[in-house]
Design a protein around this ligand. Structure first.
Ligand code: ADP
Ligand code: MG
Length: 497
C-alpha cells in the first residue's frame, strides 16, 4: 500500500497514484523580451503592433555581409536583471551562432549565448498562499535574438513572414528544477514578472508574448533521483503553465504506473483541449552546431560599470515587503501590496498623506482592490486617488465617520470624485457623537417598545436589535460605541450582551 507522506503540507503537493504518492519536479526556461527601443544588434525599432516588415534593418533581414553591432542598453538591461535575481554577473561572455533553417530566420542562425552566458547562478523567493516561502535557484540568464513570425492565416495559398520581431533582444532565464507543484510554477512566474517590471527590464506582458515559458516536468517517488523530463514549449499565460504542469505530471504518472517509461521529448500545450502533445523526441532534436559568432568579439564588461548599475537598482519586492512588515503589516498584506510596483507606490502615497500604514493596507485589501478588480481597473486607472483614499482612512480613524459610512463615502468619491472631507460635511455624513442626540433617540425607541425592553432584560443578547433601531433613525451615523454605552445604561445591562 502507499507510504504515508511525511506531513500534510507535503501531501498537498503530491499526486496520488495507484502505486502511492508521486512528486512533481518542474524547471522553467523563461523568455523575457528586453525593454529597449532598438534591437539587440541593429538600430531598428522594437515597438509592438507596427505594420509588418516596417521595422527591419538589413541586419535583421539577414542580408549578406551585414555586421551586427551590440546594443549597449540591452546588455545593461540583462545585467540589471541579473543583479535583481541576486545572480553572478560574468564579466566575459560569448555570443554563439545557433544554426537552424526556418523561414522566419533569414540568416539561418540565431545569435545566442551558449557555454558562456552573461549572467550565472542566482535565486528567486516565492510566497505561497499558506505563508511558506520557497527558494528557486536560477541557473543562468543569457541574451539572444528573437526570430521573425510566420503568418499562416492571411492568405489561403501563401504563408507570409513578418520580420519586425527578428533581432529583438530576449533574455532567456533558466531555473534549477526546484519547483514542486503547478502553484509554485505559477508563483515563480508571477514573482519573476514583478521583479523585471520593478527593474524596468521587461514589461512582463504575456498577452503580447513579451514573456513566455518552456515548462520542464518530470515525476518521481518522493526521495528518488530525478525522473526523465518532458519540455512543454512556449506556454504564454500563468494559467496555462499551471494547467500544462497538471496534465503533463498526470500523463507521466499514468505511463509509469502502467509499466512504461518516459521518453525525453518536446511537447506542445493545446489550451483548447487542455492537453500536451508530442512535437519531437530527443533523438530527432536539432543539432544546432553552436560556434562563437565570428562577427562578434567576446562581450567584456567593466566591473565599475556593473557596480554603477547595481547602485541604481530600485528597491525590489522582497525588500519592500520586509520594510512594510516592519511598519506593522502582515506578511500576506505586504505581499499583496508589493506584487506590483504601482500598487506599492499607491499605498506609500496614502501613508505619506497621513494614513496609518496598517489601516491603509486593510482599506486597500478589504475594500478598494475588490472594487478595482470588479471593474477591471488598476490603482493607476481607477477613479480614486491615493490622496482621497488616504483622507477616507483618516476620517474613519478620527471617528468622524463610521466604517460603514466610509464605504458609502467611497461610492460617492468613486462615481462623482471630490474631496472626501468636504463630502463628509456637505452630505452630513459625520457620525453623531453628540450624546444628547443619541440619548434622545434611545429613549424614544425604548418608550415605543416596552415588550422588547422586557425581553432584553431576560436576554441581554437582544440589545443588538436596539442598536439597529438607533442606527436606522440616525441614518447609520451614530457612533456605535456611544450607542452601546447609552443602551447598556438605559436598559440596565451590566455586562456584555
Ligand atoms: P537542456 O540544456 O537540455 O535544455 P538544461 O539542463 O538546460 O537542459 O535544463 C533545462 C531546464 O530543464 C531547466 O529549467 C532545468 O531546471 C529543467 N530540468 C532539468 N532536469 C529536469 C528534471 N529531471 N525534471 C524537471 N525539470 C528538469
Ligand atoms: Mg535549455
Amino acid at each position: 500500500m502507499s507510504a504515508a507522506p511525511e506531513s500534510p503540507k507535503e501531501r498537498s503537493k503530491l499526486i496520488n497514484g495507484q502505486t502511492g504518492p508521486w512528486e512533481i519536479v518542474i524547471g522553467l526556461e523563461v523568455h523575457a523580451q528586453v525593454l529597449s527601443k532598438a534591437k539587440l544588434f541593429s538600430g531598428a525599432s522594437t515597438a509592438f503592433g507596427a505594420e509588418p516588415n516596417s521595422q527591419v534593418s538589413f541586419v535583421d533581414a539577414g542580408m549578406p555581409g551585414m555586421l551586427p553591432v551590440i546594443n549597449r542598453y540591452c546588455v545593461e538591461q540583462a545585467v540589471r536583471t541579473g543583479l535583481g535575481l541576486k545572480a553572478q554577473i560574468n564579466l566575459t561572455s560569448v555570443f554563439d551562432r545557433k544554426n537552424y533553417f526556418y523561414p522566419d530566420l533569414p540568416s539561418g542562425y540565431q545569435i545566442s549565448q551558449y557555454k558562456n552566458p552573461v549572467v550565472g547562478e542566482g535565486e528567486v523567493f516565492i510566497d505561497l498562499p499558506d505563508g511558506e516561502t520557497v527558494r528557486v535557484g536560477i541557473e543562468r540568464l543569457h541574451l539572444e535574438q528573437d526570430a521573425g513570425k510566420s503568418l499562416h492565416d492571411q492568405h489561403p495559398d501563401y504563408s507570409y513572414v513578418d520580420l519586425n520581431r527578428s533581432g529583438v533582444a530576449l533574455m532567456e532565464i533558466v531555473t534549477k528544477p526546484d519547483m514542486r507543484s503547478s502553484e509554485e510554477a505559477a508563483a515563480f512566474l508571477r514573482k519573476l514578472r514583478a521583479i523585471v517590471r520593478y527593474l524596468g527590464t521587461c514589461d512582463g506582458n504575456m498577452d503580447e508574448g513579451s514573456m513566455r515559458a518552456d515548462v520542464n516536468v518530470s515525476v518521481r517517488k518522493p526521495g528518488a533521483p530525478l525522473g526523465t523530463r518532458c519540455e512543454v514549449k512556449n506556454v504564454n499565460s500563468m494559467r496555462f503553465v499551471a494547467q500544462a504542469v497538471e496534465f503533463e505530471a498526470r500523463r507521466q504518472v499514468d505511463i509509469l504506473e502502467s509499466g512504461g517509461s518516459i521518453k525525453q521529448e518536446t511537447r506542445l500545450y493545446d489550451n483548447r483541449a487542455g492537453e500536451t502533445r508530442s512535437m519531437r523526441s530527443k533523438e530527432e532534436a536539432h543539432d544546432y552546431r553552436y560556434f562563437p559568432d565570428p562577427d562578434l568579439l567576446p562581450l567584456v564588461l567593466e566591473d565599475a560599470w556593473v557596480k554603477e548599475i547595481a547602485k541604481s537598482l530600485p528597491e525590489l519586492p522582497d525588500e519592500k515587503k520586509a520594510r512594510f512588515m516592519k511598519a506593522g503589516l502582515s506578511a500576506y498584506d505586504a505581499a499583496v501590496l508589493v506584487s506590483e510596483r504601482e500598487t506599492a507606490d499607491y499605498f506609500e502615497a496614502m501613508v505619506r498623506d497621513g494614513a496609518d500604514a496598517k489601516q491603509a493596507a486593510n482599506w486597500l485589501n478589504n475594500e478598494y482592490f475588490g472594487r478595482l478588480n470588479k471593474a477591471g481597473l488598476t490603482v493607476s486607472t481607477g477613479p480614486v486617488s491615493a490622496t482621497a483614499n488616504s483622507a477616507i482612512v483618516q476620517v474613519v480613524a478620527a471617528n468622524v465617520i463610521s466604517g460603514k459610512i466610509a464605504k458609502d463615502l467611497l461610492d460617492i468619491v468613486w462615481t462623482e470624485g471630490g474631496d472626501p472631507r468636504a463630502i463628509v460635511e456637505s452630505r452630513g455624513l459625520r457620525q453623531v457623537t453628540d450624546t444628547g442626540a443619541i440619548e434622545k433617540a434611545v429613549d424614544e425607541i425604548i418608550a415605543a417598545n416596552p415588550d422588547k425592553v422586557a425581553e432584553v432584560k431576560a436576554k441581554p443578547k437582544l440589545a443588538g436589535w436596539f442598536v439597529g433601531q438607533v442606527m436606522k433613525v440616525t441614518g447609520g451615523k451614530a457612533n456605535p460605541q456611544v450607542v452601546n454605552a447609552i443602551l447598556k445604561e438605559r436598559l440596565g445591562i451590566t455586562e456584555e450582551g
